[in-house]
Ligand binder design. Structure first.
Ligand code: SAM
Ligand code: SF4
Length: 333
């Protein structure tokens, strides 16, 4: 089977799949408070998600990240995880992982670890319960903390993802760092991206460039740039004083596209070849048209053949450019 290679000679080995657009939180940078969710008939069923992921694995995808919306609020999601984990057993899939807000981890962490998951990313922007409620609108910090503890107890390695938000968690840079060091979690900061129809003014108000965050870190610690790349947008430094590894996802101040190895599928089966572009391919139609996987494979190959070189996000000159109208919860972060 010829592996998936895009027009810029980048092998596609990493698939991120959003299994739902729904969520039990309403983070202000991600969703409106009152969201119109998709009708159930538009969503891929768990069986269709399995077929889709399995086809990508046959085409050379080795790493699968499940996201959303909040993936763990999708009904019967463990049925999907149990089924897809068969590819871990055969070795075709090297890693099965998850990005979650942590709210349901207390229920599911042990089962996820038992089926071969090794790591999870948990999104957490503040350690202050009141601020947590403010930013997530509906979330409760103690529930997430219980989830993180359950994940650790189950043997899952936890990476904390924190969106850097000006005027919101600037003052928590060092407390977050210390907490992660004490708990043994990796930590990655994310720059806020222009997704969804949020007003331009609010976006720019929230934007705390990671180069500024990094300067603040360097005032207190010795930072060593690490060569390590995951083919994704993260760059890493080591804090020499603590040995901690810190990631930076900087789509706006740094261009990371040249080594991109990933594509994304939404919960309705749209394949996005680039997070920052509107072009997509409908995989639901070939999935539903035939029980034969050949048309699906053809559609995937045709889409990969038009994967663009990179995104066009740009906040320079105090304007939001390259904005895409869909919410992050739609494509899956
Ligand atoms: N609900 C899960 C969670 O929160 O981890 C998975 C989906 S969420 C869309 C994935 C990641 O996208 C989270 O880490 C979240 O903080 C991030 N995110 C959402 N909207 C964003 C935005 N506008 N800019 C940057 N990151 C964003
Ligand atoms: Fe839900 Fe995650 Fe978006 Fe927050 S960032 S609203 S938890 S999907």
């Amino acid at each position: 089977m010829t592996p998936l290679i895009d027009p810029f000679a980048r092998p596609i080995s990493y698939l991120r799949v959003s299994v739902t657009d729904r969520c039990d939180f309403r983070c202000t940078y991600c969703m409106a408070e009152h969201m119109q969710f998709l009708p159930k008939k538009d969503l891929l069923t768990l069986e269709e998600l399995d077929r889709l992921c399995t086809t990508f694995i046959h085409l050379g995808v080795e790493k699968l990240r499940i996201t959303g919306g909040e993936p763990l609020v999708r009904r019967d999601i463990m049925t999907f995880f149990k089924s897809i984990s068969r590819h871990l057993e055969t070795g075709a899939l090297k890693e099965l992982t998850l990005t979650t807000n942590g709210s349901q981890l207390a229920r599911f962490a042990a089962d996820l670890a038992a089926l071969g998951m090794r790591r999870v990313n948990v999104s957490l922007d503040t350690l202050d319960p009141a601020k947590f409620q403010e930013i997530t609108r509906w979330g409760r910090l103690p529930q997430v903390m219980d989830g993180i503890r359950a994940a650790t107890a189950a043997g899952l390695r936890v990476k904390i993802n924190t969106v850097a938000l000006k005027g919101f968690n600037e003052d928590e840079l060092f407390p977050l760092l210390d907490w992660c060091a004490n708990e043994g979690h990796d930590l990655t900061f994310i720059e806020v991206m222009p997704m969804g129809e949020m007003g331009e003014e609010m976006r720019l108000d929230q934007y705390w460039p990671l180069k500024d965050l990094r300067i603040r870190l360097a005032e207190r610690f010795t930072l060593t740039e690490l060569a390590e790349r995951t083919g994704g947008p993260a760059r890493y430094v080591r804090i020499e004083e603590t040995g901690q590894k810190i990631g930076f996802i900087t789509p706006l101040t740094h261009n990371f596209c040249e080594s991109c190895n990933r594509v994304r599928v939404t919960c309705t089966g749209e394949l996005f070849m680039c997070l920052g572009q509107e072009d997509n391919a409908d995989l639901r139609a070939p999935l539903r048209a035939s029980s034969d996987d050949a048309p699906l494979e053809t559609a995937i190959r045709a889409a990969i053949a038009r994967k663009p070189k990179g995104h066009d996000f740009d906040y320079s000159r105090q304007k939001v450019k390259g904005q895409v109208s869909r919410h992050m919860s739609h494509t899956g972060g």
